[in-house]
Write a protein that binds this ligand. Structure first.
Ligand code: SAM
Length: 237
């Protein structure tokens, strides 16, 4: 995404769907994008906005980043976007089919969608999710109504819908997106590095090496089964 941001002739208009406290929104805007971060929880949106003020002060310029409280459905219809970034949110957005339809309907051909999510093809990730889902099912059901305490507004959230690289790619294909890049993340455990590299300077190089290796390994289908998380980059056709 950062490559797309820096190579774009005009500021790339990005929607960070389900932005949380807005870390990536701030990062994209720092590198020149024009970002809208949207989240249903007003507390996190307020916090994201305070972070925007703080980082704008730190870099001596106002970051082109706006945080809005509301549903991603509203954000999609409010403005046009060249790219939509969805980190750890696709498993919560409900109804997902309507979201993907809206995404396709509102983006122009060539628009980019980047999804980063945990990979439920990994059996440890899947078993953690299943345990959690069983608990949630007992109490609430896996789609529940979230009531925002400050605004009093209600939103429907899905709880941790499990996806694999194959299933998310298929889904995007069904809704008119072409998957260009798909890779697993965390196929090589980083904890190995933290445990064994006690010298901080070496650790930095080790992480760099690990990140490069991870990207190479993560693109191979065989790694799609055990990667902890995944990234899919798709283009609206
Ligand atoms: C696990 S958090 C991820 C936050 C952030 N993207 C990150 O990676 O740190 C998922 C977020 O999606 C938001 N979300 C889920 N469904 C939403 C919807 N329909 N509209 C707006 N936000 C939504 C939740 O409020 C939550 O903050």
């Amino acid at each position: 995404m950062l490559d797309a941001v820096s190579q774009s002739a005009n500021p790339l208009r990005i929607l960070d769907a389900g932005c949380g406290i807005g870390t990536e929104s701030l990062c994209f805007s720092y590198f020149g994008a024009d970002v809208v971060g949207c989240d249903a929880r007003s507390r996190v949106v307020r916090f994201a906005d305070r972070r925007r003020e703080f980082f704008s002060d730190q870099c001596g310029r106002s970051l082109a980043c706006r945080f809005v409280h509301g549903s991603v459905f509203e954000a999609l219809t409010d403005a046009e976007f060249d790219a939509v970034w969805i980190r750890e949110a696709i498993s919560h957005i409900h109804p997902l089919e309507r979201f993907l339809e809206d995404l396709h309907g509102t983006m122009a051909a060539g628009g980019i969608v980047v999804i980063r999510e945990h990979n439920s093809a990994n059996r440890f990730v899947r078993s953690t999710l299943t345990r959690r889902l069983k608990q949630v099912d007992r109490e609430l059901g896996s789609v529940y109504c979230y009531r925002d305490a400050e605004s009093g507004r209600e939103f429907e959230f899905a709880d941790e819908r499990p996806f694999s690289l194959e299933s998310i790619s298929r889904l995007l294909g069904d809704f008119g997106f072409e998957v260009r890049v798909a890779f697993g993340l965390g196929a090589i455990p980083k904890t190995l590095i933290s445990r064994f590299f006690i010298f901080r300077p070496l650790r930095r190089f080790a992480y760099q090496w690990l990140w490069n290796a991870e990207r190479r390994v993560g693109r191979r289908r065989v790694a799609w089964r055990w990667a902890k998380a995944m990234v899919v980059v798709a283009v609206r056709v």
